[in-house]
Design a protein around this ligand. Structure first.
Ligand SMILES: *[C@@H]1O[C@H](CO)[C@@H](O)[C@H](O)[C@H]1NC(C)=O
Ligand SMILES: *[C@@H]1O[C@H](CO)[C@@H](O)[C@H](O)[C@H]1NC(C)=O
Ligand SMILES: *[C@@H]1O[C@H](CO)[C@@H](O)[C@H](O)[C@H]1NC(C)=O
Ligand SMILES: *[C@@H]1O[C@H](CO)[C@@H](O)[C@H](O)[C@H]1NC(C)=O
Length: 962
């Protein structure tokens, strides 16, 4: 808890605090009337009363206004998204859900306590785009009405207990991209016409681990289909594999194993040259062994345990260039094994048990160091040529070659218990409290945990740590986009009885011992929504998370639950008293309010909820800055340790710090003797205490002590826009993200110009002064040079010219008359920089002039191809690019009068975003859970093609074996 003594308040600010209080009171009055649309509020409250263990702040009657954990609302205070992954909810999903008619995303994944059937009225949610119920305990039939959700792109009902058959109405979901029904108790046949054959946009058919029966209808495949993953494994399907499968040229993973399929495999299976993983094992397939010649992407083949005709060693055996794993047990193959097979490919595992191989086995020339296992048990091999070539596992038990040699290593069944991988700890292990775990980084914390299941990896060597390291890195990067994560740990990997590669995952929080509820729902969402896309060597995956609220969390959230309510009431009552008896009661109330804010922060972890709905963000809020003692600051930055240093500028250094209440802060310490600093320091404290907007960096406090000038800000984790543009920060800014960032920056500036009173000119707009928070929301920072425009009528002040070369308004430079339009000019330069990712002046060339001279409106992208940042990907559609250039050029008009106002700039960027297929209000206007990365925005699903500017198609990230 925040100790009030730690952040003792300076009496200088008492007057200001009085104002803070009045404003707080006013806001409270507004809130009482409830922001949330009443129908939505009623529906959510109805659901909440039926659920146990709802998030800790689900108490009020105003979900939108009070930032209920997991709830997102739009401008009209309608609920658009519910995201409650892994929060330990218990109860049933009732028909009340139907009243949330603006709902676009519903993620209830990994709540094992959610039971009962899906209400058929779910079909009324006509705006639903994502429906994610993976890993709950829902049962009963999948309602037919699900077929009315015509906008649905992502449907994940896997790992529940659904029974009955797949409703044919799913065929109506023409926008569906991802269909996962695996791991249920579904029975009956696969529906077609009407049914799944009309899903021509769907890429994923995941139906494995059910009890589906009947044939695989030939209609289900056609050349119109875009399927990349067809997973029908572990069912009771019978009949033969339909020849139409050969028409689905996009196919990459095919699992038909563990069914009762019969008949011959279609002869042109090898037309499917993109298939990397082919599983046909454990059926009763007949006829000739499939001819896989030409399947150059094929990595993993398992066709064991079928009833193929007797055959000789097939010619394709040693010609598949990507093969890592060849499993053909009990396949009646005879002849001598060509030694070439072992060297031709990146082979790791060869399992050919129970065939008729004969002659001599030659492993003397094996140079392939990745080969780990050759299992040739129960064949007819009469002798072996060992040489010195191969020293890994070889099993010849049950061959004539072993008749006389039972004592030789290869004539014994080796212990195959693979030592299981565990992410190593990079330190001397320390003992943790009994209920905490040690992270690979040696901090004790409560990890978010669960199990990852890879349904069809393209490798079989489970001991090669390279694969785990890739996963660790990719997982961490994916989480870090949205949640502060210290490290991830993997352990206990094995192949389970469904032929899925299973392993445990632990995710550790950064800078604190436990995740907040919001963190948890986000972590769960990243995995349930497949925002995390591992390199395709891992193939399709799913994840089952565990409910996070460990005992401590519940205890903690219970504590902080009641406080806001009680204290809120206290503040309300005190306010009334105040109206009656004046300022006497003031000090007490104020202290309570500070505490309440601290409690709120605590409850929401490191997320600082800012309310973005227009009503609150347009009221300039006075926000008292705390005064810190120098000792406080020393403590929270670990004595300005180098490890905590996150920035270094002309003004001084910036450190990361943690306050007593766990809040992360950025501490900017002025260099000694920097005289200019004093002025800038005061300006910044004054201005930032006065303005508050979600797109302006927020000042937590300051220290003016022992000759030190220190500013303490809310920590903004993703660095500056400049770092991102230069690729330094690791945050990739595609076109859509850039648009979202400039929209935020423009809104921040528009606020300064148009809503702050008096208006403020920033005077130093440039990418290094735009910070990006964990959601890539832009935060305008560095107000050291900012200037209030005192005399409104005059509209300008005469000042000494300050700013940064390249961004400086030439008119201001000539006349020394400062107006808001100077910021507009700088902003225009910034817009151009976003296109080019180059400094405005480089090698003597000025970007404004370059663009003006090069621009040719008759050409595509206005002929600016040469200047465009390659990282934007010219192959991608840059929707609204031309309008963007036009806007930038208007901002850098010679004369201020000709430039738009920031308010106009905001409007135009919103228009441009629409041209780019984005909803300008989806993220920024919604409340807490807005994600810049489009990953959370329900409309743009990472797995839906256009959306994600990952490079489009999936196979691009495949690690090609050499
Ligand atoms: C598949 O290959 C066969 C011959 O190998 C050919 O006759 C057939 O047209 C091909 N099918 C498609 C869909 O390309
Ligand atoms: C397998 O297919 C390839 C090309 O499609 C062909 O050249 C080869 O003869 C076939 N092999 C068998 C055994 O049919
Ligand atoms: C582990 O896998 C990687 C990637 O496939 C490969 O480059 C490396 O050689 C493998 N290491 C061993 C020891 O087999
Ligand atoms: C350990 O934690 C630090 C700070 O949170 C982080 O930068 C680093 O990458 C972590 N190391 C590992 C192995 O995850």
């Amino acid at each position: 808890m925040a100790s009030p003594s730690h952040c003792s308040c300076s009496s200088r600010l008492a007057h200001q605090r009085c104002l803070v209080f009045f404003l707080g009171f006013l806001t409270q009055m507004l809130v009482v009337t409830s922001d949330t649309n009443s129908q939505d509020a009623a529906a959510l409250n109805a659901l909440a009363t039926l659920w146990k263990d709802t998030p800790s702040n689900w108490r009020s009657s105003d979900p939108c206004g009070d930032n209920w954990v997991g709830i997102e609302c739009n401008n009209e205070s309608r609920v658009t998204s519910i995201s409650l992954s892994s929060l330990g909810l218990k109860g049933t999903l009732t028909g009340d859900i139907q009243y949330l008619t603006e709902l676009q995303a519903l993620d209830l994944s990994y709540n094992k306590g959610l039971t009962g059937g899906l209400p058929s009225s779910i079909g009324s949610l006509s705006k639903l785009v994502n429906l994610i119920l993976v890993g709950c305990s829902f049962s009963g039939k999948i309602p037919y009405e699900i077929g009315s959700l015509s906008l649905l792109t992502f449907l994940s009902l896997n790992s529940n207990s659904f029974t009955g058959s797949i409703p044919s109405s799913i065929g109506n979901l023409s926008n569906l991209y991802w269909l996962d029904l695996a791991d249920n108790k579904l029975s009956g046949t696969i529906p077609v016409s009407p049914g799944l054959d009309s899903l021509t946009h769907t890429k994923h058919f995941h139906f494995g681990m059910n009890q589906l029966s009947g044939i695989i209808p030939s209609k289900i495949f056609s050349s119109n289909m875009q399927l990349i993953h067809v997973l029908f494994d572990n069912n009771n399907l019978s009949g033969s594999i339909p020849p139409t499968l050969g028409l689905v040229k996009t196919l990459e993973v095919l699992r038909l194993d563990m069914n009762s399929l019969t008949g011959p495999v279609p002869s042109h299976l090898n037309n499917l040259t993109k298939v990397a993983e082919l599983h046909l094992a454990n059926n009763q397939l007949m006829g000739p062994l499939p001819n896989l010649t030409g399947m150059s992407a094929l990595s993993f083949v398992d066709m064991s345990n079928n009833s193929f005709d007797e055959s000789d060693v097939p010619s394709w055996f040693s010609t598949l260039p990507s093969l890592t794993s060849l499993y053909l047990e009990y396949s009646r193959i005879g002849g001598q094994i060509p030694p070439a097979i072992f060297n031709y490919s990146p082979l790791q595992t060869v399992k050919l048990k129970g065939n008729r191989f004969n002659g001599s086995l030659d492993v003397s020339a094996i140079e392939n160091s990745q080969l780990e296992l050759i299992d040739l048990q129960d064949n007819n091999i009469s002798s072996i040529v060992l040489g010195g070539g191969y020293s890994k596992k070889l099993i010849l038990v049950g061959n004539p070659a072993c008749d006389q040699h039972n004592d030789l290593a290869y004539c014994k069944i080796p212990q195959l218990s693979a030592p299981s991988y565990s992410t190593p700890q990079n330190c001397v292990p320390v003992a943790c409290a009994s209920d905490q775990n040690l992270s690979p980084n040696c901090t004790c914390a409560y990890p978010y945990t669960g199990t990852l299941y890879f349904r069809s990896p393209s490798y079989s060597d489970l001991q090669n740590t390279t694969y785990y390291h890739i996963l660790e890195r990719e997982l961490k990067a994916s989480f870090l986009n949205e949640v502060p994560v210290d490290s991830v740990s993997l352990n206990n990997s094995f192949v389970n009885s469904f032929d899925n590669l299973e392993m445990n995952l632990q995710v550790f929080p950064s800078g604190k011992t436990s995740f907040s509820e919001v963190d948890v729902s986000r972590l769960g969402f990243i995995l349930s929504n497949q925002t995390f896309k591992p390199t395709s060597i891992f193939g399709p995956f799913y994840f089952i998370g565990q409910a996070y609220p460990a005992a401590h969390e519940i205890a903690m959230s219970k504590k902080s639950n009641h406080l806001p309510v009680i204290i809120g009431a206290a503040a309300g009552a005190a306010a009334l008293a105040l109206v009656l008896i004046g300022c006497a009661a003031f000090v007490i109330t104020q202290r309570t309010k500070v505490k309440r804010t601290a409690e709120r922060r605590q409850a929401s972890g490191s997320w600082n909820f800012t309310k973005g709905s227009s009503s609150s963000s347009s009221i300039p809020q006075l926000k008292g800055a705390r005064h810190f003692s120098f000792n406080d600051i020393k403590k929270c930055t670990n004595n300005f340790s180098e490890a905590n240093e996150i920035g270094d500028g002309g003004y001084g250094k910036v450190y990361k710090g943690v306050l007593n209440n766990g809040q992360l802060v950025a501490v900017k310490r002025a260099q000694e003797g920097s005289t200019q600093g004093v002025l800038e320091f005061n300006t910044e404290v004054e201005l930032l205490s006065r303005v508050h907007h979600k797109n302006l960096v927020s000042l937590v406090g300051f220290c003016f002590d022992q000759d030190e000038q220190i500013l303490v800000y809310d920590y903004v984790p993703n660095g500056t826009l400049k770092e991102s543009l230069s690729g330094k920060s690791g945050v990739r800014l595609d076109w859509k993200r850039r648009l979202r960032v400039v929209l935020g920056a423009a809104r921040g500036l528009a606020y300064l110009h148009e809503l702050a009173s008096p208006p403020i000119v920033h005077r130093d707009i440039k990418p290094s002064n735009i910070l990006l928070d964990e959601n890539l929301n832009a935060k305008v920072s560095d107000f050291g040079l900012s200037k209030p425009l005192g005399d409104k009528k005059k509209g300008h002040v005469s000042t000494q010219v300050k700013g940064t070369m390249g961004y400086l308004d030439p008119e201001y430079y000539m006349t020394q008359q400062l107006t808001e339009k100077s910021d507009v000019y700088s902003f225009g330069v910034l817009l151009l920089e976003l296109i080019t990712a180059k400094k405005p002046i480089e090698h003597g060339r000025y970007v404004v002039r370059e663009v003006r001279l090069t621009m040719d409106k008759s050409k595509d992208l206005y002929g600016l191809h040469e200047l465009i940042d390659p990282a934007l990907g010219l192959g991608n559609r840059l929707g609204g690019f031309e309008k963007f250039v036009e806007l930038a050029m208007k901002c850098v008009e010679e004369s201020g009068i000709d430039r738009p106002t920031m308010g106009e700039v905001v409007k135009e960027i919103e228009n441009i975003m629409q041209l780019a297929g984005m909803n300008p209000n989806a993220d920024s206007a919604s409340n807490s859970m807005s994600y810049a990365g489009a990953s959370r925005s329900p409309v743009r699903h990472p797995y839906s093609n256009e959306s994600f500017d990952y490079s489009g198609t999936e196979p691009s990230s495949r690690l090609e074996p050499k």
